[in-house]
Design a protein around this ligand. Structure first.
Ligand SMILES: *Cc1c(COP(=O)(O)O)cnc(C)c1O
Length: 361
């Protein structure tokens, strides 16, 4: 078997060793005569996996005691609804930053629930830059400030966090959660779908500060109310057990490899390989994003023409580099270098890019 280098933006590459453990243990989990996905979510066999995943998450991401970790369904997209339904009261306004397509989606849903004020809109610069986090002016009475830490489509990433005082800071980290250390104590809620950086599709992780639960209104139906999940340790209804098991295995591996710090260094080294190929190509490749805020997870670039982009993508695919086509809404190329992408993959892509530029430049 030869595995290809997988640069898809999500669902995306997972560590080979984790896939192999799942393959080995899939039919008969640790010799217990039953598969993890055939056992009750109330069984001790599953219970161990579930609680271990929570514990590892807390440890690796340095999550303070006063936070709950929730495993939810519905993707990050359901969080676009749950956040305003729980935290945007009828007479309140929330503040939003519009950094790209994903922020815009979260904003569109929040607007249906209540009042939203935009404090940064990247449309004016075609989403190529971000302001200094310290220059964001949050209304002290805002229900919360919403950020999107990394724009998966636009390839732009916040590198620092605003000081919001007593205003809760809420962040969609779908595409860079666990890629770098984050001061979790600055956030009231961090959420993200697993399929970009943590595991397979089917589970969304929410890291929620406990005092936020006091804000949830009584009118919400059970699933939409964060309290339901926090009170029941994400076992109110059947959680996506298969996806959570894989997250547990991904986290075990991360811990073995040195946790957040090791991951952060690994990701910076990989991104440097590909950005170097872009920046030393004499203008053949162009990254539309300002250098200081380029994403280390989703690296977007253009070639001199759409025709060359097509050829680049098709030759890359033939050579075993998958998923380099940019999102259909923006075109161009995109290489997603999530945690599980090995350094050799990024290096091999950089070399391929150099050669392609030499031949076609
Ligand atoms: C993928 C993505 C989403 C949507 O996630 P789903 O799991 O498909 O709902 C939201 N925000 C960001 C930043 C994403 O990358």
């Amino acid at each position: 078997m030869s595995r290809k280098y997988n640069f898809y933006a999500g669902p995306s590459t997972l560590p080979l060793e984790v896939l192999e453990i799942v393959q080995r243990e899939f039919v008969d989990f640790e010799g217990q005569g039953v598969s993890m996905i055939e056992t009750s979510h109330r069984s001790s066999m599953y219970d161990h996996v579930h609680n271990r995943a929570v514990e590892l998450f807390k440890e690796i991401f340095a999550i303070p005691e006063n936070y709950s970790i929730l495993f939810l369904g519905g993707g990050a997209t359901l969080q676009f609804s749950m956040v305003p339904l729980n935290f945007l009261g009828p007479d309140q306004t929330c503040d939003f930053t519009l950094s790209g397509s994903w922020a815009k989606k979260a904003y569109d849903d929040a607007k249906k629930v209540g009042k939203v004020r935009v404090i940064f809109d990247g449309a004016e610069t075609n989403y190529s830059t971000l302001p200094k986090a310290s220059s964001l002016e949050t209304d002290p009475n805002a229900a919360y400030l919403h950020l999107t830490s990394n724009e998966t489509i636009g390839g732009i990433q916040w590198k620092e966090w605003p000081h919001t005082g007593s205003v809760p800071l809420i962040c969609d980290m779908s595409s860079d959660l666990l890629s770098r250390a984050v001061p979790v104590e600055k956030f009231a809620l961090i959420y993200g779908g697993a399929q970009k950086n943590l595991g397979p599709a089917g589970v969304t992780v929410a890291i929620l500060r406990d005092d936020m639960l006091e804000r949830c209104p009584e009118t919400l139906t059970a699933y939409l109310d964060y309290r339901t999940h926090a009170e029941k340790n994400s076992l109110y209804n059947t959680p996506p057990v298969f996806a959570i098991w894989i997250i547990q295995l991904v986290l075990e591996r991360m811990k073995r490899l040195g946790g957040m710090k090791a991951m952060e260094e690994h990701n910076a080294a990989k991104a440097a390989e590909v950005y170097r190929a872009i920046d030393t190509s004499g203008g053949f490749y162009r990254c539309p994003v300002d250098k200081e805020v380029r994403s280390l997870m989703n690296l977007v670039f253009r070639l001199p023409s759409e025709d060359l982009e097509k050829r680049f993508i098709s030759q890359a695919t033939e050579e075993g580099f998958l998923g380099l086509k940019g999102h259909r809404s923006v075109g161009g190329c995109r290489a997603s270098l999530y945690n599980a992408m090995p350094l050799e993959g990024a290096r091999a892509l950089g070399e391929f890019m150099n050669e392609f530029a030499l031949k076609n430049g």
